[in-house]
Ligand binder design. Sequence first.
Ligand code: NAP
Length: 226
Amino acid sequence: MRKYEKWIKNNTHLLTNQLAIVVGGTGSIGKEIIDYLLYLKAKVIIAARNVDKAETLKKQLLLKYPDAKVYVEYLDLSDLESIDKFQLEIDKKYPKADIFINNAGVYHLPKSISKDGYEIHFATNTLGNFYLSKKILYDMKENAKMVFVSSLSANFFKINFEDVQQLHCNNKMKVYAVSKRFMIANTLSLSPDSLGLKLGMLVGMLFPLVAIFVFLKLHKIIKKRG
Ligand SMILES: NC(=O)c1ccc[n+]([C@@H]2O[C@H](COP(=O)([O-])OP(=O)(O)OC[C@H]3O[C@@H](n4cnc5c(N)ncnc54)[C@H](OP(=O)(O)O)[C@@H]3O)[C@@H](O)[C@H]2O)c1
């Protein structure tokens, strides 16, 4: 990211005092997202299933940004009860948030079933994501921004409605892609008209690979202009 620091500085504004909730902040893309949010002076809640890993990340980030406000909260996105508890904690401990980023996701895991009895990709990427996105609306500001991280692969596989959880599918790529395809449909249902969504809220979907290409393209154009 450092390569693009000048571009970022010139094309983004500070998020001073804004509160961001990042789910899946301990992963490779998540760490970069949090680093960037802190660089822009936002306060960040890392929602993580592995609290020790998140606390270690917090320590590293505080070495880089000593004045930063970073908080760690436990959340297992594949467990509906954990989502309920997480939302209650957020409600109790923090003011309403400005930014929500769900970057958490699992892919290509061996066949397994979540605590609630669902196929693990479906439980995490589809069901947990949708349940959390609905619940967290209560803790977001009127003009908040919500971003959901999906995958380009979702475009290449159709949903088999006879087996929505893909329990009988042996193609790991398809199981993952379909769970992300459902995620896109769920996110689209969070339209401004949908029940509970506050006016002025912006909901977006991020496709990591596409984002990189768009970013490189923008960088190229700006370089040409500059
Ligand atoms: N990397 C790519 O090329 C690519 C391409 C397309 C889409 N994506 C999407 O981008 C997102 C980030 O990908 P990545 O490559 O950075 O993956 P990653 O390094 O594996 O990180 C995934 C993150 O999700 C968290 N997570 C997984 N299951 C969770 C659960 N049940 N509850 C809470 N957190 C959970 C992980 O926590 P732990 O640290 O505890 O494991 C980790 O923080 C994912 O949604 C992925 O599907 C990635």
